[in-house]
Design a protein around this ligand. Structure first.
Ligand SMILES: [Zn+2]
Length: 204
């Protein structure tokens, strides 16, 4: 997280035969470096997009937050600032801000879930009557399904984050939709179930 140098996304795509040039759309839930650290290759003063033929999307609120006064604050490290600056310059002309509900592709829509960061958003996959939520950091840990007062360690606005979370979780619970979040154990999908008067997490 601090001084991020890249994860395994590129190599995992390669292992299933997908080249970076083949990716045409990249959606990022929010601009914490553990979520956007593979958007660009940044070294010193040079930066290039990791997926040279893609458009890049996140919300306008997220863009305005991370290009605003936070870049002059002590909340983010010098390494993170350098990465974000390089990332912004590498996607210039390829960035397309997205809004709540917007379709990224057929059956793939943005869902606004602010609070963890000001413009945090996830995606909803739809197929017929079935739905699945990919929530980024809108919820940090399955224990938050049971402990409704607990917020995530990194939530910038914990109260708003809890409100966003409640809307999605209530819907997932009512409809039996699948749900996952970026820091859930094993990165697996699961369902929100009710038992003994409390919600709990049932991995699939
Ligand atoms: Zn985050």
């Amino acid at each position: 997280m601090m001084g991020f140098t890249g994860g395994s996304l590129i190599s995992e795509l390669a292992s299933v035969g997908v080249k970076p040039e083949e990716i045409d759309a990249v959606f990022v839930t929010h601009l914490h470096v553990d979520h956007c650290g593979t958007v660009a290759h940044v070294q010193g003063d040079t930066a290039r997009p990791a997926f040279p033929n893609a458009t890049y999307s996140w919300t306008a609120e997220e863009q305005s937050h991370w290009t605003g006064s936070v870049m002059d604050s002590a909340f983010i490290t010098a390494d993170q600032k350098a990465y974000l600056k390089g990332m912004f310059s590498s996607v210039e002309g390829r960035f397309e801000p997205v809004k709540d509900g917007q379709a990224l592709a057929p059956g793939l829509n943005v869902i606004s879930t602010p609070g963890h960061t000001p413009g945090h958003a996830g995606v909803v996959l739809s197929s017929g009557a079935d739905r699945a939520f990919i929530l980024g950091d809108a919820i940090s840990c399955p224990v938050q399904l049971t402990e409704t007062e607990w917020s995530g360690l990194g939530d910038m606005d914990p109260k708003l984050a809890r409100q966003s979370q409640e809307v999605v979780v209530r819907e997932a619970e009512a409809t039996g939709a699948l749900l996952t979040a970026a820091h859930f154990p094993g990165l697996t999908f699961g369902r929100v179930l009710m038992g003994e008067g409390r919600r709990y997490w049932q991995p699939v």
